[in-house]
Design a protein around this ligand. Structure first.
Ligand code: HEC
Length: 140
């Protein structure tokens, strides 16, 4: 009887277990510092509720009518101006003047946290063997 298939199967099972184990052990440390404030979590819900991602990207993902907003907070320096930009809109961007203060505040925290999490320029990304993506620390 040919035992080759069962040997290959056993090797694949081993590889799967070792890989899963290493993701489980090392993956936890890789997520350090990427935790969001609760307020930013609410802001993300606002972002989704108002469908900002239909026209805007975060780290290159989203709609392409408007610009990538990953680092829009640092572009505008202060939240008062950024809020005004969002509330007024323009001919291509809808105005959100009706958004209540609570939602707007959460949204601004979300945008600031996203900004702090990295730079949207993919040239600054480094891909590791395990499939994780890191930011190159020396370029920012
Ligand atoms: C229908 C598409 C659309 C939706 C939905 C939309 N935007 Fe926009 N937004 C745009 C476009 C297009 C621009 C670029 C306007 C221009 O430069 O003339 C823009 C510009 C912006 C800017 C200024 C960007 C910069 O680089 O200064 C901000 C901030 C912004 N949008 C935030 C938001 C937020 C927050 C939401 C959700 C609450 C949202 N947008 C929803 C289309 C959209």
């Amino acid at each position: 009887m040919n035992r080759m298939p069962s040997i290959v199967f056993a090797i694949l099972c081993m590889a799967f277990l070792i890989y899963s184990g290493s993701i489980y052990i090392y993956g936890a440390s890789a997520s350090e510092g990427t935790e969001f404030k609760a307020e930013a979590g609410n802001g993300k819900l606002v972002w989704q509720k108002y469908n900002c991602q239909g026209c805007h990207q975060m780290y290159g993902l989203g709609g392409y009518l408007g610009p990538d907003l990953t680092n829009v907070s640092s572009k505008w320096q202060n939240d008062t101006i950024l809020e005004a930009v969002i509330r007024s809109g323009n001919e291509r961007m809808p105005s959100y003047h009706g958004m209540d203060r609570k939602n707007m505040k959460a949204l601004l925290v979300f945008l600031r946290e996203m900004d702090a999490s990295g730079t949207a320029d993919p040239r600054n990304f480094r891909r590791e063997m395990n499939g994780m993506i890191y930011r190159n620390e020396n370029r920012n």
